[in-house]
Design a binder for this molecule. Structure first.
Ligand code: DQA
Length: 145
C-alpha cells in the first residue's frame, strides 16, 4: 500500500481548544481518524507527525522522501515566513500538498502570503478539516489510486 505522511506544524496540537471559531471544535485525534479512514478507502496508508519546531518538520520532510509517496503539510504560521521549510520541500522530489483549515486569504494580510506555495504541488485552504480530505484525494489522484 502506498504510504503518505500528514505533517501538522505549530499549535495544531491544540486543535479543538485553540480559537474554535476559526479552526473548529474537534481535536487532532478526530482529524487523524477521519484522514486515516479516507486514505484507507483510497488504498493509501497514512502516517501522522505533529511538531511545534521548524527543524523537526524539516527532518521529517527529509525522512519522508525515503519511504513516502507524498506529503500533506499544514505548516501553520511557518507557512508565511519559513524559507528553511520551503527549501526542504524543494529539496525532496515527492509531491507536497499545502493545506490550511482556515481561508488564509480572508484573514490578516500576513496570512495571505505563503512562502511554501510556489514549491508545493498545490494548495488547499478554507475547507476546515475538509482541506486535508481534499488533499488526500489529490494525492490519491497523483499516485494513480
Ligand atoms: C493555518 C493558518 C495559519 O495562518 C496559522 O498560523 C495556523 C493554521 C490553518 O490551518 O488555517 O497555525 O495553517
Amino acid at each position: 500500500m502506498d504510504k503518505i505522511l500528514v505533517i501538522n506544524g505549530p499549535n495544531l496540537n491544540l486543535l479543538g481548544e485553540r480559537e474554535p471559531g476559526v479552526y473548529g471544535g474537534e481535536g487532532i485525534d478526530v482529524l487523524t481518524r477521519n484522514i486515516t479512514e479516507r486514505a484507507e478507502g483510497l488504498g493509501l496508508e497514512c502516517e501522522f507527525f505533529q511538531s511545534n519546531h521548524e527543524g523537526a518538520i524539516i527532518d521529517k520532510l527529509h525522512e519522508a522522501r525515503t519511504y513516502c509517496g507524498g506529503v500533506i503539510l499544514n505548516a501553520g504560521a511557518y507557512t508565511h515566513y519559513s524559507y528553511a521549510i520551503r527549501d526542504a520541500i524543494s529539496a525532496i522530489k515527492i509531491p507536497v500538498i499545502e493545506v490550511h483549515i482556515s481561508n488564509v486569504d480572508a484573514r490578516e494580510e500576513f496570512r495571505a502570503n505563503s512562502v511554501i506555495a510556489p514549491v508545493c504541488r498545490g494548495s488547499i485552504s478554507g475547507f476546515g478539516f475538509g482541506s486535508y480530505y481534499l488533499a488526500v484525494a489529490a494525492l490519491a489522484e497523483i499516485l494513480g489510486k
